[in-house]
Design a protein around this ligand. Structure first.
Ligand SMILES: Nc1ccn([C@@H]2O[C@H](COP(=O)(O)O)[C@@H](O)[C@H]2O)c(=O)n1
Length: 324
């Protein structure tokens, strides 16, 4: 617009446009729920509107898997991570079952301890993941048993998952699942829930089976909760389909997940949503200071779905809002 190049008219025009934007934008009612915390609500809404303006063609979603796309608890019971799904007597013996539980009880409290820095946690995370992977290799896990152990497990995707996965697929928005869990297991969870769509990309710890289908190693660089920055950078060039999509909706449950978008070249708008599932009071402050939106003990995909609806079909989002 030529008018912008006349200096004296520039500021008033921008001001009028900003006021017009403030007056015409609809409030996102769902963000006022008690379980939703935000450091700066206006920034969140402005980012969503900027993403809406750019449309689904500019969007990509990057999400963690365990306890982000899957539920943390159901009917008061903790649900398993992809590693813990493998802790099944069909795959490993009694001693290893005990050992895996001991490792979980030792290292999970360190993983979520708000008084420890990332640097202090790092060596413990490497030890936890390495010991469990070695134990799984020793147990000679069989590839053909994975589908059954996933079926027998209590793992569940969050309520509203189908809307989330289907909406992204329908609008051809790439979904990058970036997980420090076990890739083969997470793929099976997604497949058994019938949402393994072609827009899905996965970065995770994948098992390497020998020609008889027995686990012999894990492939590639070890991914744990606090090295996602390095892993994201090393995969950046490989994920060509995600290039040219400068707007990112990032979902995670750990502060380490905030680094998952490091590999996005020329990012314009990044909106981060953190599920705070455990040790809520102790970790609330650090989560609010780090994520744009924090969801407290919310086992649903409601908020990510509302955000997506505003970006991919704004007319639907405002109709839903008017009805309420
Ligand atoms: N032996 C292990 C190691 C890790 N975990 C948990 O899995 C989570 C990692 O997966 P993301 O999809 O969240 O990246 C991590 O947060 C650990 O708590 C485990 O259960 N057992």
């Amino acid at each position: 617009m030529q008018i912008y190049h006349i200096p004296w008219i520039y500021t008033p025009v921008r001001t009028v446009l900003a006021i017009w934007h403030q007056l015409t934008k609809t409030e996102i009612i769902e963000l006022t729920k008690g379980s939703v915390m935000m450091r700066e609500r206006s920034r969140v809404e402005d980012t969503i509107y900027a993403m809406q303006k750019a449309g689904p063609g500019s969007l990509q979603v990057i999400s963690d898997f365990d306890m982000t796309l899957t539920r943390f608890a159901h009917k008061g019971k903790r649900l398993p991570t992809t590693h813990n799904i493998l802790n099944n007597r069909l795959l490993i013996n009694e001693d290893s079952t005990k050992k895996m539980k001991e490792l979980l009880n030792t290292y999970y409290p360190i993983e979520i301890d708000p008084s420890l820095s990332r640097e202090e946690k790092l060596p413990y995370m490497v030890t936890w993941w390495t010991e469990v992977h070695e134990l799984l290799i020793q147990q000679r896990i069989r590839k053909d048993m994975l589908a059954q152990v996933v079926r027998e497990s209590s793992a569940m995707l969050r309520e509203g998952y189908r809307v989330f996965f289907d909406c992204l697929a329908e609008h051809r928005v790439p979904l990058l699942i970036f997980s420090a869990g076990v890739g083969d297991v997470l793929e099976e969870v997604i497949r058994q829930n019938d949402v393994f769509h072609p827009n899905l990309h996965i970065i995770s710890n994948y098992m390497d089976f020998d020609h008889t289908g027995v686990l012999q190693a894990f492939k590639g660089q070890l991914i744990h909760s606090y090295n996602k920055r390095d892993v994201a950078l090393s995969h950046a060039t490989a994920l060509r389909e995600l290039h040219g999509r400068p707007n990112v909706l990032l979902l995670g449950d750990s502060l380490g997940d905030l680094n998952m978008a490091e590999g996005v070249s020329e990012a314009q708008n990044i909106l981060t949503v953190g599920f705070l599932n455990d040790q809520v009071e102790e970790r609330k402050e650090s989560y609010i200071n780090s994520f744009d939106i924090v969801l407290l003990k919310d086992e649903t995909m409601d908020i990510p779905n509302v955000i997506l609806r505003h970006i991919v079909s704004p007319e639907m989002a405002s109709k839903v809002q008017r009805k309420k």
